[in-house]
Design a protein. Structure first.
Ligand SMILES: *[C@@H]1O[C@H](CO)[C@@H](O)[C@H](O)[C@H]1NC(C)=O
Ligand SMILES: *[C@@H]1O[C@H](CO)[C@@H](O)[C@H](O)[C@H]1NC(C)=O
Ligand SMILES: *[C@@H]1O[C@H](CO)[C@@H](O)[C@H](O)[C@H]1NC(C)=O
Ligand SMILES: *[C@@H]1O[C@H](CO)[C@@H](O)[C@H](O)[C@H]1NC(C)=O
Ligand SMILES: *[C@@H]1O[C@H](CO)[C@@H](O)[C@H](O)[C@H]1NC(C)=O
Length: 489
């Protein structure tokens, strides 16, 4: 029903999509290109979507290992990115909002790029990789993570300003923002600039004697949907379907609902006088939101295409590991967590895979909470983790992905989607197995970072096979307690 961005969090779970690719292993160290897309869900051709035009991402996926069920550990930009870039869960980074830097607040944890840098790589950041601000010490975790100063596109500052031409001919700060690129300030858009900078860095790296680790973070399709207007033509409104389940599910506990405050702030949405917290959004506007989301994805796809073509043209494609992921947005047997990116990239590049974390691990700078997924890749010589990973011998029914989401109250309110640490009263802990999604909302003490699993505020249980869209909450039917709380991390 809701716009395909953060609004989806009303089920408190998120999934991330990881398409990942590896060409033949070379004797020289492999480079790494990590592409991170903001708020992308698997509305992509490679995930079977019939409407979306994403030929470049699909092409990458066609010769990659494509994960069908990859889950983010917390579906908010800063906590999700800090989690997968350090390889630690939000309960270990202690970042559930945007307002602290893990090195001083939780532990001096190593990051993926820091680890590659310490292993002889030139590490570079372009665009939104770490979330900007305090959560990366206003420096994208420089100097620890990066060899050179991180790049941010100059036109980024216009993203939320009045640059969208409305039907009244005036400029507005809208949710829906198809633009004529020649007319916007600086005559360009952030993701175009990021692609150009990334290509420039690849050209420089062509002659480098050191391997590189280049992270490129794209802003779209995160709201606002500010994209070149020609992409709208790919999606005529009359061809846009509505979500298959537009109603708020009857059995959804109020604590699980996300009132999409970020969307309500936009001028075009404010003009709709939507009721708080449940809406609804008028059907015509729902169609327009979906149209602009799809157009933003196709625009993003052309940027990914330009970047990958440059890698080919520079003859770097056969010596570069490409990992493609989103920080959240909905993303079979291969049930994985974004947390596993750290050990898996290290393993693929032939570096020593960091050891498993003890519990607790606040004092340990380098360890992993995620799994090394190397064995999913069908090749092997010399790059295996010496440690036998029990994960791969496990019964698929025992695989579990964990996610969590904080709330300030049991009912939706103004800060439900992004509560500050001090306001967190309830934490939703969620497990996804191949059979079900099970969530308990329990009381949480933000001073002690303690969840109280004996104080359950609400629960959710959805069966994957019979209820894939998670519309029929069976928690009360099963008294909830039948499933083991002890599975929580
Ligand atoms: C990659 O391909 C280029 C050109 O096709 C070739 O010169 C180079 O040796 C290849 N590198 C590896 C590591 O296979
Ligand atoms: C944190 O880790 C960085 C990188 O290894 C190191 O330079 C720094 O000294 C450490 N800081 C503390 C307080 O241990
Ligand atoms: C964060 O940045 C400030 C200002 O640049 C710096 O003084 C401080 O040492 C940084 N914190 C850490 C843990 O490196
Ligand atoms: C829109 O739908 C019509 C009817 O199914 C189809 O012929 C047309 O190709 C579609 N247009 C686009 C741009 O997909
Ligand atoms: C929203 O409310 C304003 C002020 O009450 C009114 O002028 C406007 O027509 C309303 N818009 C819609 C779409 O109902």
């Amino acid at each position: 029903m809701l716009p395909p961005c953060r609004g989806l969090l009303w089920l408190a779970l998120v999934l991330g999509s990881v398409c990942s690719s590896l060409e033949s292993a070379a004797p020289d160290p492999l480079n790494v290109l990590l592409i991170i897309v903001d708020d992308l869900r698997p509305s992509l051709g490679c995930y079977g979507d019939q409407l979306i035009r994403s030929p470049n991402i699909d092409q990458l996926a066609s010769h990659s290992l494509l994960f069908q069920n990859a889950f983010a550990q917390q579906a908010v930009c800063a906590p999700s990115r800090v989690s997968f870039l350090t390889g630690r869960r939000p309960d270990t980074t202690r970042l559930y909002d945007f307002n602290s830097y893990w090195r001083v607040h939780a532990g001096n944890f190593s990051t993926i790029p820091q680890y590659f840098k310490e292993n002889g790589y030139v590490t570079m950041s372009v665009g939104k990789v770490f979330h900007p601000g305090i959560s990366s010490n206003h420096s994208d975790d420089s100097p620890y993570s990066w060899s050179i100063p991180p790049y941010h596109p100059s036109s980024e500052k216009y993203e939320n300003t009045k640059t969208c031409r409305g039907p009244d001919g005036e400029l507005h700060a809208n949710l829906l923002c198809p633009v004529d690129v020649a007319d916007v300030p600086e005559g360009t858009l952030p993701d175009k600039q990021s692609t150009e900078e990334a290509i420039r860095l690849l050209e420089k790296m062509k002659t480098s004697t050191s391997p590189f680790f280049l992270a490129v973070g794209y802003h779209k399709p995160h709201i606002p949907f500010r994209y070149p207007k020609e992409f709208q033509k790919l999606y005529p409104l009359e061809n846009i379907t509505l979500a298959p389940d537009p109603q708020v599910p009857a059995g959804l506990p109020p604590v699980a609902y996300n009132p999409w405050m970020d969307i309500r702030q936009r001028e075009d949405v404010q003009a709709l006088n939507l009721s708080m917290p449940y809406g609804p959004i008028p059907v015509d506007f729902q169609r327009k939101i979906r149209q602009s989301y799809f157009a933003s994805v196709s625009y993003l796809d052309t940027q990914v295409g330009r970047l990958l073509s440059a890698l080919d043209d520079l003859q770097l494609a056969n010596s570069t590991i490409i990992a493609f992921t989103s920080d959240h947005g909905r993303q079979a047997l291969d049930l994985v967590e974004l947390l596993s990116l750290f050990p898996t990239l290290a393993g693929l590049a032939g570096l020593h895979v960091p050891p498993r974390c003890p519990s607790p691990s606040f004092h340990v700078e380098l360890c992993r909470e995620g799994q090394n997924l190397l064995k999913y890749f069908r090749f092997g010589k010399g790059t295996h983790d010496s440690e036998e990973d029990p994960y791969f011998h496990a019964n698929p029914r025992e695989l579990i992905a964990y996610s969590q989401y904080p709330r300030p109250a049991d009912s939706p309110q103004w800060n439900s989607d992004k509560p500050s640490l001090k306001d967190i009263k309830v934490m939703g802990y969620s497990i996804r197995t191949i059979d079900y999604r099970y969530t308990v909302w329990v009381s949480f003490n933000p001073d002690e970072f303690l969840a109280n699993f004996s104080d359950v505020h609400a629960g959710e249980l959805y069966l994957v096979d019979s209820d894939p869209l998670q519309d029929h909450n069976m928690y009360n039917d099963t008294q909830g307690g039948d499933l083991p709380l002890s599975l929580m991390p």
